[in-house]
Design a protein around this ligand. Structure first.
Ligand SMILES: CC(C)(COP(=O)(O)OP(=O)(O)OC[C@H]1O[C@@H](n2cnc3c(N)ncnc32)[C@H](O)[C@@H]1OP(=O)(O)O)[C@@H](O)C(=O)NCCC(=O)NCCS
Length: 199
């Protein structure tokens, strides 16, 4: 696998390329339905718990999904739990955290989790914020949903006084990197993770 060099190779199946959410040409033969973006509401957690394992496992680029040495059922379950944890945090009214959801035909098909680092300003003199998680259900990839959710997340972070936003993703996750770049992010750093089972 190559390192992201800023050059995109379009690996999407043509049937899922659809840009109607951003006023571009509709190429999806099945017809492209409009989505709307709104804040998290009760009941979304059920969809989030489906979207997380489905999207991360299908793309197969995230930290746990890519590590074939780890049991698939546990990896899947960990993505589900992670999504549930975010939803529970927002339901509890956790400060400095928000979820926005993309909805199509009354059902959540993607979500973004954003957070403010409440203590960052004490040290830096300006507030840091981050995109904590982003996931779109695979049948809805390529419609511009991630790009739109990132815009919404950033709007919220700005409204909270955030001046410096960051997000981490796999260097081969071109679609995610593009969704972030579409919203002004630029790559500053990449890291590798090494692991082994000890005998
Ligand atoms: C990554 C992910 C969020 C992208 O969602 P999406 O709604 O399909 O993204 P968008 O439609 O907004 O597309 C973003 C950009 O990537 C491009 N893109 C999408 N899929 C692509 C692919 N497979 N190969 C190359 N480019 C791709 C789009 O053309 C668009 O670029 P453009 O605006 O320059 O045309 C989605 O694939 C996903 O949920 N993956 C699993 C979870 C994940 O990886 N989350 C990010 C972790 S931080």
């Amino acid at each position: 696998m190559g390192v992201y060099s800023g050059k995109l190779i379009d690996v999407r199946p043509r049937s899922v390329i659809c840009h109607c959410g951003r006023g571009r040409k509709v190429e999806d033969k099945r017809g492209c339905k409009m989505f709307k973006v709104r804040p998290f509401k009760d009941g979304d957690e059920t969809h989030m718990e489906e979207i997380a394992p489905e999207s991360f496992m299908t793309l197969g680029l995230a930290r746990l999904a890519i590590d074939k040495g780890l049991p698939r059922d546990k990896v899947r379950e960990s993505y589900r739990r992670e999504a549930r944890g975010y939803a529970e945090g927002v339901k509890r009214g956790e400060k400095g955290m928000a979820i926005f959801v993309a909805e199509e035909e009354g059902k959540a098909v993607g979500y973004i989790v954003v957070g403010v680092d409440q203590r960052s300003a004490e040290f830096w003199g300006f507030t840091w914020g981050s995109i904590i998680s982003l996931a779109i259900a695979p049948p809805h990839w390529g419609k511009g949903i991630a790009t739109r959710l990132v815009a919404e997340g950033l709007k919220w972070l700005k409204a909270q006084g955030v001046k410096y936003a960051q997000v981490g993703t796999d260097q081969n996750n071109i679609a995610a990197i593009r969704a972030y770049e579409n919203n002004g992010f630029r790559v500053v750093y990449s890291e590798v993770t090494l692991s082994q089972f000890l005998k």
